[in-house]
Design a binder for this molecule. Structure first.
Ligand code: GCW
Length: 712
């Protein structure tokens, strides 16, 4: 089977290859539905890469996930090459792909020596060629069916990216055991902070009848290594509280069955007050015996219906959700009570740390929302049960375009944690603006917390936990909905994709992930590859430069969080202030004179942030109050930096439209139009941001732009 990768004619390949695979993938040419799993096919001319792939598949071992892996491979190879591979019952001849589960390196004919096998984790895989008595075969070995499945997707990625060579050797393990997506979906079908249509799980207070879309979603998740899902919103309202009752559990089980086929565990968000709302108790006190036994029985009922149920995600005592505080109990007491109920069945409690005072007086300059998660949870370090993980947002505020990394992540030493990102672009343009989030997330993974001395990056804390047998994880709020292309903005699929790739391996670069995604989604035309990759890589910086400056955040319209409103949250109760006046802006979070937040970090990070001279400039206004006339490292004054970055940002947003327009002939027409429309809206809207922010600060400061550009 000759693979030749080349500049693709998308219309031809997509339209020409429908309906011909065993797992019956729906084909929606030019709709974006197939995302990076289009396997759009490979034409004969214009080869930039060529490789001969085995034509048959042989499996060794028994596991439902091995069957999934084989079917995925068959289907993808058929789509890529036009030729259906044979499934054979022995690897007698050369030219097979061997998919094997190797429970132990004991087989005498094993192609994986013991020391290699020992390096494999439970979800890892090895891809290599091996010489059998009868010839050369391509091997994917893992300890589990899940490992083989991830190996198959990795192989397909290599094939498409042109990096599968005859001497390929790839041994990969994920950095952490729990790689999750959180959906903020409500049973009525609405998605809190969703920008791509309605829920794929629920509508009209019921489960959606047609589950095929969930299956296709599970494929997308598994293909990038994700293995856990929470299908309902962390804000668990009245109807959703019933998801753990017999009215809904059988349906949850049906969905869990679909996810299970792709190695994905199902979790539910629960209402902390369930004992009162659906039980008949008059308390939710975690130390009450009645409450404990209610949850123990509930856990039993759930696991009887879904034996591999993952556990509960809990938002408690946060943004008006109930929690243990009502009963004078702390978060450890609340979480441990649930953990005890789930423990006999292997279930987990994932307890969110997004706990802060959302009824703050804006006049109060002592209370600082940035301190809240740290101050609430650090005193409890070491008090949580082994099956509890604290879910910590990546920054101390709330998924702003720029924030420091949460000091709680590098503070806790004796508590399991899950790092939380937000893929859905609540504060980063709501999937109407292009904002590729990999660079932002890379900064988080690479951040050195100094928890155990230099080199204690977030990525290493995660891998260290995994190596020492402790639970750890990464999660993110999903950006998908029932829009045909999943994410509204076609290019926002790159955020879904890069999230999974980074949750598997945070060491990948933003650029290599972007390239992988572009090739698999749009093909490998060099101009297209360079241009789209370039657009993705510059997009976060562009968005940041025309929105809120130097880490201060917010400045958005209240509630919906789209569009500029500099004072939108300035006189509100949510604890998110920029404190601008006629002389300057920024929040003093130093230990010496401010809210003391900088001191929550380990040394030397705390010292770095404490001092405005060493504080990274992109976070300057987060940590310090700065006068408009003060000079930055660039030699510009703060006010001139604000003007310049906003004008530059909006100019670059206009360039994105031009860059995209130049690829009209290389892209499928509807995809081209959809993205063009979004980019045009972004360009227009970036000007709104630019003019509102610049005018605001011009009016506050009275200092004109030294380039004399129009400010209102
Ligand atoms: O940023 C806020 C969002 C809420 C969300 C909350 C959270 C689900 O605006 O919509 O609630 O974060 O993370 O719990």
């Amino acid at each position: 089977m000759q693979i030749a990768l080349k500049e693709r004619d998308f219309m031809k390949t997509n339209l020409g290859r429908s309906n011909m695979n065993t797992i019956n993938i729906r084909r929606h040419p030019d709709s974006g539905y197939d995302a990076w799993l289009a396997f759009a096919g490979i034409d004969k001319d214009g080869t930039i890469y060529s490789h001969t792939l085995p034509e048959s598949i042989y499996t060794f071992g028994r596991d439902p996930l091995l069957d999934t892996a084989r079917d995925e491979l068959k289907c993808a190879l058929k789509l890529l090459t036009g030729k259906m591979p044979k499934v054979v019952d022995s690897p007698a001849k050369s030219g097979s792909i061997l998919l094997e589960i190797l429970a132990g390196p004991v087989r005498t004919d094993s192609f994986v020596p013991e020391e290699e096998w020992n390096k494999l984790g439970s979800e890892g895989y090895i891809i290599k060629y091996c010489n059998t008595a009868s010839g050369k075969n391509l091997l994917i070995t893992a300890k589990t069916g899940a490992g083989v499945l991830y190996g198959v997707y990795a192989l397909l990625r290599l094939v498409q990216c042109g990096t599968l060579t005859q001497d390929i050797y790839l041994l990969e393990n994920p950095v952490t055991g729990l790689r999750m997506l959180n959906h903020w979906d409500n049973l009525d079908g609405k998605i809190e902070r969703g920008y791509a249509g309605s829920s794929i799980f629920f509508e009209d207070n019921k489960f959606i009848m047609d589950l095929s879309r969930i299956r296709d979603y599970a494929r997308l998740m598994a293909s990038i290594g994700l293995n856990a899902v929470v299908m309902n919103n962390v804000n668990v309202h009245k109807t959703e509280t019933n998801l753990i009752t017999s009215a809904f559990l059988p349906k949850v089980a049906k969905v869990a069955e679909i996810f299970r086929k792709y190695g994905i565990k199902t979790f539910l968000s629960i209402n902390y007050c369930s004992t009162m709302e659906i039980g008949k108790l008059d308390t939710a006190d975690p130390l009450d015996e009645g409450v404990k036994s209610w949850w123990a029985n509930k856990a039993k009922e759930i696991f009887e219906t879904i034996p591999d149920f993952g556990g509960f995600l809990v938002k408690a005592d946060s943004e008006f959700r109930p929690g243990p505080f009502t009963y004078g109990r702390n978060h450890a007491e609340g979480a441990n009570m649930l953990a005890a109920a789930l423990e006999p069945f292997g279930g987990l409690v994932i307890w969110r740390c997004f706990v802060y005072n959302c009824t703050q007086d804006w006049r109060d300059r002592v209370t600082d929302r940035a301190n809240a998660a740290y101050d609430n949870f650090m005193p409890l370090d070491g008090l949580f049960a082994d099956n509890v993980l604290l879910q910590i947002k990546s920054g101390p505020m709330d998924f702003q375009v720029r924030e420091p990394v949460s000091p709680l992540l590098g503070g806790l030493k004796k508590t399991n944690f899950v790092l939380e990102f937000q893929i859905t672009q609540e504060y980063t343009g709501q999937q109407r603006h292009l904002c590729y989030l990999a660079p932002l997330w890379k900064d988080v993974f690479d951040f050195d917390t100094y928890r155990d001395g230099a080199g204690s990056t977030i990525a290493s804390l995660l891998s260290g936990a995994a190596a020492s047998g402790r639970l750890s994880g990464i999660t993110a709020v999903a950006n998908i909905g029932n829009d045909m292309n999943w994410t509204g903005h076609d290019l926002a699929q790159a955020n879904f994709y890069c999230y999974g790739r980074l949750a598997w391996n945070p060491g990948l670069s933003s650029e290599e992930i972007a390239k992988e995604w572009v090739i698999q989604t749009f093909g490998c035309n060099p101009h297209l590859l360079d241009t789209i990759t370039g657009m993705l890589l510059e997009s976060h910086h562009i968005y940041e430069s025309y929105t809120s400056p130097l880490g201060i955040g917010w400045m958005v319209n209240p509630n919906q969080h789209y569009g500029p409103n500099v004072d939108g949250y300035e006189y509100s109760a949510w604890g998110t202030y920029h404190r601008a006046d006629h002389e300057g802006l920024g929040v003093d979070r130093t230990v010496a004179a401010g809210t003391g937040y900088a001191g929550r970090y380990n040394k030397p990070v705390s010292e770095l942030y404490e001092n405005p001279k060493t504080c990274p400039e992109e976070l300057l206004l987060f940590f310090h109050r700065v006068l408009y006339k003060q000079k930055l490292k660039s030699g510009k004054t703060l006010i001139q930096h604000i003007y310049d970055s906003h004008f530059e940002g909006t100019g670059k947003a206009e360039q994105l439209v031009i860059k995209w327009s130049g690829m009209k002939d290389l892209l499928p027409p509807q995809t081209f139009e959809r993205v063009l429309n979004r980019l045009a809206e972004q360009a227009k809207h970036s000007k709104e941001w630019c003019d509102v922010v610049n005018s605001y600060f011009y009016r506050k400061s009275g200092i004109p732009d030294n380039k004399g550009r129009q400010i209102y």
